[in-house]
Design a protein around this ligand. Structure first.
Ligand SMILES: [Fe+2]
Ligand SMILES: [Fe+2]
Length: 290
């Protein structure tokens, strides 16, 4: 019995979808899905139909792509017109129909090898605070545009009913902090979020200003303020393991077809979270998973 994690399956790509279909069953194992399964409700439905038959339990958090409104107002498919929180809650509903745990559900305890550990799915988004102190928040997107970098979320991820994605992020942070503070002391936690919880994990050498769309400084101290053993995230499409302050950080993305090796299959990209790596030391820099 093992606890695995993967993110950024992006099943809108046929290659990714076929690879997922070839994943062997893991009937005793649990799997964490850390966001960016795809863009539509159909993508989530398809993925959970498939994976709920191959794993004992599933856990899900939304990625930015999952939250996109993929159709325009004139389209006939009402489901895909949903915006912001309505889209999020529609995805939560699909998860619940499949028995999949979401950031809106009670937390689940892992009691297998490497445990106990409480699995905490989170949805805390980003607020443009991963930027230099010399750039004002209202200038942040223009600052990224100077280098021809703009995340598609600016056009496709609507914050309704919140006035902005930052406001939605802040509301989600307050909700999550409240729930974290209610967990009885002494329980080791595994935090699961699509976006990295710390700015220093965002190492985008080619497009550094994309950092705006990668998280919030509000979560910087969560891994140490709460008794966290592992943080699981994706979004960057740069698979890595980091150790910081005695906490293991796992970037577990698959990514777009050119970003992973097809001969390894999806199986080759399942990251074992627990019992976990047998490390006798904690490396200072990142361990990259190619
Ligand atoms: Fe992604
Ligand atoms: Fe993402």
């Amino acid at each position: 019995m093992k606890l695995y994690a993967i993110s950024d399956l992006h099943v809108g790509y046929k290659i990714n979808r076929k690879a997922l279909e070839a994943l062997p069953p893991h009937l005793d194992d649990w799997l964490i899905l850390a966001g960016d399964i795809g863009e539509s409700q159909e993508h989530l439905q398809y993925t959970l139909d498939l994976l709920s038959k191959r794993f004992a339990r599933l856990f899900w958090v939304p990625g930015n792509h999952d939250l996109w409104t993929t159709r325009n107002q004139n389209d006939e498919n009402d489901e895909e017109r949903l915006r912001g929180e309505e889209k999020y809650l529609a995805l939560v509903k699909i998860c619940r129909e499949h028995g999949v745990m979401t950031p809106e559900d009670p937390y689940t305890m892992w009691t297998g090898e490497g445990g106990p550990a409480l699995l905490v799915p989170l949805f805390v988004l980003y607020d443009y605070s991963f930027r230099p102190g010399t750039v004002a928040e209202e200038d942040a997107v223009a600052w990224a545009e100077e280098t021809h970098v703009v995340c598609s979320d600016e056009y496709s991820l609507h914050p309704d009913p919140y006035p902005s994605r930052s406001a939605w992020c802040h509301a989600r942070c307050l909700y999550s902090e409240q729930r974290l503070s209610e967990i009885p002391a002494g329980t080791p936690l595994i935090l699961i979020n699509h976006f990295p919880l710390r700015e220093r994990l965002v190492r985008l050498k080619r497009i550094p200003r994309f950092s705006l769309w990668c998280g919030t400084k509000r979560t910087e101290d969560w891994p140490t303020r709460f008794p966290v053993s592992v943080v699981i995230y994706g979004h960057l499409h740069m698979r890595a393991t980091d150790y910081q302050d005695g906490v293991r950080f796992e970037e577990v993305s698959l990514g777009y077809p050119p970003q992973w090796r097809q001969e390894r299959g999806v199986e080759g990209y399942l990251r074992e979270i627990l019992p976990g790596p047998q490390q006798s030391f904690m490396q200072a820099g990142p361990i990259w998973h190619w």
